[in-house]
Design a protein around this ligand. Structure first.
Ligand code: HEC
Length: 162
């Protein structure tokens, strides 16, 4: 491409460049990056051990509950289960939650052998990170509540054989 069109374009570019007053921009008052000291971070804000990162990195069988195996832990798990799991898995943990009925596959019966046969860490990883159609709940349910729910699942009566 050449001819008068190119020359007109070149002139236009030259005129525009001449019109730019770059000096003005450097004289502008502007917040200079890193000029102000950065606010210090409260200790413990960024976890450096455990937490969701460990759940992602470690094999699920290596994850251990930090909670005591006590009735209080199971009670805490029961409450958390009522808040976070009942809509899908149902009050009896048999997979018959109201919301869950619109899922395919349906929510798993948590009293069943395939679930109860898994390690605590594997259940914790499923709840935290999600599994197939299962939502990842690490950002919704606190780590303590997730472990407590695992303890509650262990305390469920096993699925009656039919
Ligand atoms: C939004 C609905 C929903 C919620 C909330 C939910 N689940 Fe699930 N869950 C499912 C569905 C659906 C499946 C079946 C997933 C599949 O097989 O694709 C499932 C499967 C599971 C499994 C079986 C995983 C496996 O290895 O087969 C476990 C364990 C489980 N859920 C635990 C929980 C616990 C504990 C909670 C509460 C903290 C919870 N779920 C909350 C829908 C839900």
């Amino acid at each position: 491409m050449n001819g008068p069109g190119v020359r007109v374009a070149a002139l236009l570019v030259a005129a525009l460049a001449a019109g730019c007053d770059y000096a003005r921009m450097t004289n502008d008052e502007a917040v200079q990056t890193y000029e102000a000291p950065l606010p210090t971070m409260p200790a413990g804000t960024v976890p450096i051990g455990g937490g969701i990162e460990a759940a992602k990195r470690l094999p699920p069988t290596a994850l251990r509950s930090p909670l005591p195996a006590s009735a209080a832990t199971v009670e805490r798990g029961r409450a958390a289960y009522g808040n976070y799991c009942v809509p899908c898995h149902g009050p009896r943990a048999d997979g018959n939650g109201t919301v869950g009925q619109s899922f395919a596959p349906l929510p798993t019966d948590l009293r069943s052998a395939p679930v109860q046969g898994q390690s605590d860490g594997a259940l914790f990883a499923t709840i935290s990170l999600g599994f197939r159609r299962h939502p990842p709940l690490a950002d919704t349910v606190s780590e303590t509540d997730r472990w407590a729910v695992v303890a509650y699942l262990r305390a469920l009566p096993l699925r009656p054989s039919r």
